[in-house]
Design a protein around this ligand. Structure first.
Ligand code: UDP
Ligand code: MG
Length: 333
């Protein structure tokens, strides 16, 4: 079968109240786009009528495809399953609750045609979300920006368009704890934004309760940053300096005879031992950080283009199973 020009990936978790409206809005959009397309719904172990509803829709529309998980594996896993199976030249990830308006996809496609590989939706305003959610989200993205070694745009979610070569590069990232939006930044290529106002959820409740959101935030930081592991080194060096000052002071007080016997010895021993331990913990942290980077088995680099070189005769192992390399796909775009 020919590959479609556009794939939409839509993770669905207990969204029965949204599916009919989503279907209607999608069909409006896809009629307008005038390209070949597919929609890959990923049912993330819904317990409501979502899977039946998706199956009914897909029975009537063969370009609707459904992947059903055996249980709830989480939003990021659902997106990943979509990335693994979407075949379009351009692939868009969007939520099922219509918070990512299908109409914005038109603008994304426009930017993609103008040569962008990634077009992310940037929220200029968010409607219908609590002040708590908005302010924690804002603080979180600013913290991430400070901690992560890669540039990630502020106020963006997973709503974005990716070209096929970005998708193929994403498939090579097989880490367990997945923070997809930063992984897309890591992959590189030309990335641009479209601004949009994020509307309220069409129906139903958020599927990200506080507990899941915390987990997600921790994943975001720890899957890209080893800064927390380095904290011990810095604290160790700081307490080392303090230990020297404390020791000098304790020694001086002892010699001046202002202390009870043994006090200075204990002070000096405690101060030195504490800083030595922190520094050692920091050194362990450095090695653990390196082990962590290694076990992720990320590709060492991502090639965008080559010139005057034959096509790579062997793709990196993780890309091989797609039967396509990022370079090869470029010609098809
Ligand atoms: N979702 C999912 N699995 C989950 C939680 C959410 O597939 O475990 C889907 C959900 O159906 C929706 C998208 O991910 O399509 C975003 O979730 P939600 O709208 O609840 O997040 P929010 O917009 O409140 O951050
Ligand atoms: Mg939502």
């Amino acid at each position: 079968m020919q590959r479609p020009a556009l794939s939409l990936i839509i993770p669905v978790y207990n969204e029965e109240a949204n599916i009919a409206e989503l279907d209607r809005r999608l069909k409006d959009l896809l009629r307008e786009i005038n390209e070949t397309w597919e929609v890959v719904f990923v049912d993330d172990g819904s317990q409501d009528r979502s899977p039946e509803m998706l199956h009914e829709l897909a029975a009537a529309e063969p370009r609707y495809k459904v992947i059903s998980f055996s249980r709830n594996f989480g939003h990021q896993a659902a997106i990943t399953a979509g990335i693994d199976r979407a075949e379009g030249d351009a692939v868009v990830i969007m939520d099922a609750d219509l918070q990512d308006p299908p109409e914005v996809v038109m603008q994304m496609i426009q930017k993609w045609r103008e040569g962008s590989d990634v077009v992310y939706g940037q929220r200029s305003r968010r409607h219908g979300e609590s002040i708590f959610k908005r302010s924690t989200a804002a603080a979180f993205y600013r913290l991430l920006r400070m901690l992560l070694p890669i540039e990630i745009p502020l106020d963006t979610g997973d709503f974005r368009l990716m070209s096929r070569r970005v998708i193929l590069s994403m498939r090579a990232l097989r880490e367990q704890h997945r923070f997809v939006r930063a992984m897309v930044s890591w992959v590189g290529f030309k990335q641009t934004a479209v601004q949009y106002e994020r509307p309220e959820r069409f129906a139903g409740e958020t599927k990200y309760p506080l507990r899941k959101m915390m987990r997600f935030a921790i994943d975001g930081i720890t899957s890209f940053s080893i800064v927390p592991l380095r904290l011990a080194t810095w604290l160790g060096l700081l307490s080392g300096l303090l230990a020297i000052v404390t020791s000098a002071w304790a020694l001086y007080s002892a010699i001046a005879g202002q202390t009870v016997p043994g006090w200075a010895t204990i002070m000096i021993a405690v101060a030195l031992a504490a800083s030595a331990q922190l520094i050692m913990t920091g050194i362990l942290g450095e090695y653990i950080g390196r082990i962590y980077e290694e076990v992720k088995r990320r590709p060492l680099y991502v090639v965008a283009d080559t010139l005057n070189l034959p096509p790579a005769d062997r793709s990196p192992p993780s890309v091989q199973k797609t039967g396509d390399t990022p370079e090869a796909s470029k010609k098809t775009r």
